[in-house]
Ligand binder design. Structure first.
Ligand code: VG1
Ligand code: CO
Length: 543
């Protein structure tokens, strides 16, 4: 087996976004695209000589090929060992769990998460640090800098490694260790939750539907929910990961998980419904006739986490991304624990989790997680909900109304304008930024602006800074409006408009969401000039 050094030149478009590098699958399959980025990761982390790396992905098209390439490159760059999920499969939270449990020197995760997969879909890759979380910006910047000056990469000329059975083999001087993708993760879940109480819940006739959306969570959910917790066979649907996710959009929200929504709002609906995304780090939670927004879910989990053994001692603090509603802050205030507001993207929670400042973290985009790993974790959130339901023995709807009666309700919705012209979207953001100084004190749609800024963040642990993280317009405690451009898309731009309105009166807490936030929607349209600037009459997706 010989190591080849292959000449290459920088390729445009390799700047990591909110969560790693994402691009069209076809782009990733072009000569040197993957290789350039992988060699740049290795360079950006100070080389991989003698190191052990975790490796796996969500099983989407090109996953297996990319894994073979990465292993051969790791071997050629002197890595000592690769710990890889069987068949190249590891969900994002499981990869984080493996990095931590096996104390590997970081890991490489292949996924474009909620973006559609397949040959005509998207592919992605990201590096996670030894703590198990996504690389912070200092490292992604170094990786990107390397992509701009790369002149060659190293790869071992060798046959492919068989990844279909657990065990060790060698690739040049490097050991390849194939592991069960579920075992380490399942052990961790067992250590956090009251599996006996959840088993009793299922034994009492509690009915659940988990939609794995043909993505990576299928094997995990089947093993844990049906296998260990005793939910009837068939509780987990769309459980076999497919390279193109069955042609679907593996994003667990009311729009893309419509079949589950219909079932949960239909006659004879199960007690509890859930779904997860392409790489298993997102979750959607629904009760019978009761959709729970991710922002509310974070708040409810924070208020009830002590019912699970892993969190019985209480929480150190709760962190949320800036566009996530303020519902979790209300719980933190009542519990007398810290609350933190970070830029969008899980990488910003890592320092707070490492420093023991936050125990739970969440994002409005259906991401919730805790200090058990350093990624958001879809199935974990579902299991925590199950643990709470098993202990409280109330319906999801009852839990929600009791929560709102106690803390007030933050009606919340996000409107996405997808695939819009990039220059127009940037122009819209500039237009908003130009108004910021004059907004406070103005009344828009009957609401008075109390603050307006472009969110800038200084990490309270390591002092690192991030700026231009989204324009926010605050109307006191009553309402809030946030605008930002997506950093995970691969074509054009996507404008995200996040809207919330607070309602303290329990008698007014059961309105339809879009109606409840109507003045905030109108304020957004007026301030941003969405229709004229983007040429769109309405959003493509409302969650
Ligand atoms: C989106 C979400 C963000 C999330 C990110 C990665 O980013 O808004 O909250 O952290 O996706 O999630 P953006 O920049 O498109 O708004 V995942 O599950 O796609 O890794
Ligand atoms: Co994801």
């Amino acid at each position: 087996m010989t190591i080849r050094t292959v000449k290459t030149t920088p390729i445009e478009g390799q700047k990591p976004g909110t969560s790693g590098l994402r691009a069209r699958t076809k782009k990733f399959m072009e000569p040197n695209f993957l290789e350039n980025f992988v060699q740049s990761i290795f360079a950006g982390v100070g080389g991989v000589e003698g190191k052990t790396l975790t490796l796996g992905g969500d099983g989407r098209y090109f996953n297996k090929r990319a894994i073979q390439t990465i292993m051969k490159m790791a071997a050629a760059n002197g890595a000592a060992r690769i710990v890889v999920g069987r068949d190249g499969i590891l969900s994002t939270p499981a990869a984080s769990a493996v990095i931590r449990a096996r104390k590997t020197d970081g890991g490489v995760i292949l996924s474009a998460s909620h973006n559609p997969g397949g040959e005509t879909g998207d592919f992605g890759i990201k590096y996670n640090i030894p703590a198990g979380g996504p690389a912070p910006e200092g490292i992604t910047d170094a990786i990107y800098a390397n992509t701009l000056q790369i002149s060659d990469y190293r790869i071992l000329d060798a046959p492919d490694v068989d990844l279909s059975a657990d065990g060790e083999s060698v690739l040049g001087d490097m050991v390849v260790e194939v592991i069960d993708p579920v075992a380490i993760y399942a052990d961790l879940m067992r250590s956090l939750f009251d599996f006996d109480a959840i088993r009793d819940l299922f034994a009492s006739g509690f009915r659940m539907r988990f939609d794995a959306m043909h993505a990576v969570t299928g094997p995990y959910a089947t093993a844990i929910i049906e296998g260990e917790l005793g939910a009837p066979k068939g509780a987990v649907v769309n459980a076999i990961p497919l390279p193109d996710f069955g042609g679907g959009h593996p994003d667990p929200n009311p729009v893309y998980a419509k079949a589950l929504m219909d079932e949960m709002f239909g006659a004879d609906a199960p007690d509890f419904g859930a779904a997860s995304d392409g790489d298993g780090d997102r979750n959607m939670v629904i009760g019978r006739n009761c959709y729970v927004t991710p922002s509310d879910s974070l708040a409810v989990l924070a208020a009830n986490a002590h019912l699970a053994p892993g969190y019985a001692a209480g929480l150190a603090g709760v962190a949320r991304s800036m566009p996530t509603s303020r519902a979790a802050d209300r719980v933190a205030a009542k519990l007398g624990i810290g609350s933190y507001e970070t830029p969008t993207g899980w990488k910003f929670f890592g320092t707070l989790l490492d420093a023991g400042k936050a125990t739970l973290c969440g994002e409005e985009s259906a991401g919730t997680g805790s200090n058990h790993v350093r990624e958001k974790d879809g199935l974990w959130a579902v299991l925590l909900w199950l643990n709470i339901l098993a202990r409280r023995r109330q319906s999801v709807a009852e839990i929600m109304s009791a929560h709102w009666a106690e803390y007030g309700r933050d009606y919340y919705s996000r409107h996405d304008y997808e695939g819009v012209d990039k220059a127009a979207a940037e122009g819209l953001m500039d237009h908003l930024r130009n108004q910021l100084a004059s907004l406070p004190g103005q009344t828009v749609e009957g609401m008075t602006v109390t603050a307006a800024d472009d969110f800038a963040y200084t990490d309270p642990v390591d002092g690192s800074k991030a700026s231009k993280q989204g324009v926010r317009v605050t109307f006191g405690d009553d309402a809030r409006l946030v605008f930002r451009l997506s950093g995970t898309g691969t074509v054009g731009a996507t404008l995200r408009v996040y809207m919330e309105r607070f309602e303290a009166d329990p008698a007014k807490q059961s309105e339809e969401t879009q109606a409840a936030i109507a003045p905030v929607i109108r304020a957004a349209a007026a301030l941003a000039g969405i229709r004229t600037r983007l040429g769109r009459d309405g959003p493509d997706v409302m969650t």
